[in-house]
Design a protein around this ligand. Structure first.
Ligand code: TNX
Length: 440
């Protein structure tokens, strides 16, 4: 009934009435995030650290039944918990979701809701893709045109058939630095690290629209999707501009790992990536880039590589001594369609069912930090579309990242349908029903 599945779950006889108290102690000799939960007579937790205590509480909430996930209690009776012992520990240290808030802005309260959803699934990294060709979402006090101009795009001529034409509408928004500090604090309280990304030297048209001198060519905030050939210049002035922008980012985000993008920049100059990576190292952080950055030449050894074009890039990065986060598109791209049928509301990419996510086995190596799912938002212009794309596929990713096998897809399906989807219902998550598409 618990999702993601714990290392062991031993059921005793009967149930207890729970008064809400948890006797938690940091006495467990185990890896970070591990815990032992004993239900009956009271609720006792031995944990390795605060994160372990937190994850034990998430498990207790699941044991309490779906109503424990409602925003307000709907009954006055006592909460009953099954007598049991749960022993648990995370498989990977990095268990993430990337939200692309650049192609479509997600209001702050939605980002906070996603932090809660990650925490409920024992996920611990929220990677925020803050800038792209189609929008700049990070307030810059030094260069305010970035968010004032780069944060908004006009209507596109065609809209997009795959999105029902909706994404052709004018669109915009940005987070103030204070908004993002609030997200960081809210996430930290739930043992979630927010890893921000400013994408360079491609995917930068929104910045170029704001400060044309940054770009090899000019143009406004992009209203199309795909790979934009325009990139940032690799001259001293532009690199220095970005050093200052990243300094502002570091001021807001305490995360050790800081994303610099580096993807799909066919005309980009590798020196740009290397110099910004070095700047992050000089500031005591670890650069993070998509697997294309391996072609930029030698990078600081602390650079984390996100392997999205399969696992090949990640495996090559391991050979070069880098830590790796696995996020191969064929297994974890949540923008991809969930079925082939004509009713599927967002028919982009290849078919990626929750079963395909569940079947993913990240390559085992010490330097594989973990796995994350990526939600690109070209065609996701509302929170309900985001929910539809994310769930229940993220439930499967959570189990892959938290639990070691063996995996039984039918047993997972039972846990989903009988126990977990009712929790998502109680949370108001508009997931894709297992039976098929859902007309809005
Ligand atoms: C590739 S994955 C991209 C994104 C797109 C995505 C669409 C990656 C690092 N870059 O810019 O949104 O494909 O699936």
């Amino acid at each position: 009934m618990i999702l993601p599945k714990p290392v062991s779950f031993t059921r005793g006889d009967g149930e207890i009435e729970w008064d809400g108290a948890v006797d938690g102690r940091l006495t467990l000799d185990g890896p970070p995030g591990s815990y032992r939960l004993t239900v009956g007579p009271g609720v006792t937790v031995e944990a390795a650290d605060e994160a372990g205590l937190f994850y034990a509480r998430q498990t207790v909430r699941q044991l309490a039944g779906p109503d424990a996930f409602r925003a307000a209690p709907i009954h006055d009776g006592p909460v009953r918990l099954p007598v049991c012992v749960v022993e648990d520990a995370p498989r990977f240290a990095w268990r993430g979701l990337m939200l692309d808030v650049a192609r479509h802005f997600l209001p702050k309260h939605e980002v906070l809701r996603y932090v809660d959803l990650l925490a409920a699934h024992k996920l611990n990294v929220l990677h925020l893709h803050l800038t792209d060709d189609q929008g700049w979402r990070f307030e810059s006090r030094r260069f305010p045109r970035l968010h004032e101009v780069g944060g908004w795009r006009p209507s596109s001529r065609y809209g997009d058939r795959r999105s029902g034409g909706q994404t052709g509408r004018p669109h915009g928004g940005y987070y103030t630095q204070d908004d993002l500090r609030e997200v960081v604090a809210y996430a930290a309280a739930r043992h979630v690290t927010v890893v921000p990304e400013i994408d360079i030297p491609g995917h930068s048209q929104a910045a170029i629209a704001a400060y044309p001198e940054l770009g090899v060519s000019g143009g406004g905030v992009w209203t199309d999707w795909g790979v934009n050939p325009n990139v940032l210049k690799a001259d001293e002035v532009t690199v220095d501009f970005y050093r200052q922008v990243f300094d502002e980012l570091l001021d807001v985000f305490p995360s050790e790992v800081i994303g610099l993008g580096g993807d799909e920049a066919e005309n980009g100059d590798g020196r740009f990536v290397r110099r910004i990576a070095q700047h992050l190292v000089d500031r005591g952080r670890r650069p993070h880039g998509w697997d294309e950055v391996l072609a930029a030449g030698p990078l600081p050894s602390s650079t984390v590589i996100a392997s999205w074009r399969g696992e090949e890039g990640g495996l090559a990065a391991l050979d070069r001594g880098h830590d790796v986060v696995m996020c191969p598109d064929r297994h974890v791209y949540l923008d991809y369609r969930q079925a082939d049928g004509p009713d599927e509301p967002i028919p982009v990419g290849t078919v990626l069912r929750w079963e395909d996510v569940y079947a993913y086995e990240p390559a085992a190596a010490d330097r594989v930090l973990g796995a994350q799912a990526n939600l690109w938002s070209e065609h996701l212009d509302s929170p309900r579309r985001v929910d539809y794309a994310v769930f229940p596929r993220l439930c499967a990713l959570a189990e892959v990242a938290w639990s070691t096998g063996p995996r039984d897809v039918e047993e997972f399906r039972t846990r989903l349908t009988e126990h977990h989807l009712p929790r998502l219902d109680a949370l108001g998550v508009e997931y894709r029903p297992l039976s098929g598409p859902h007309p809005w």
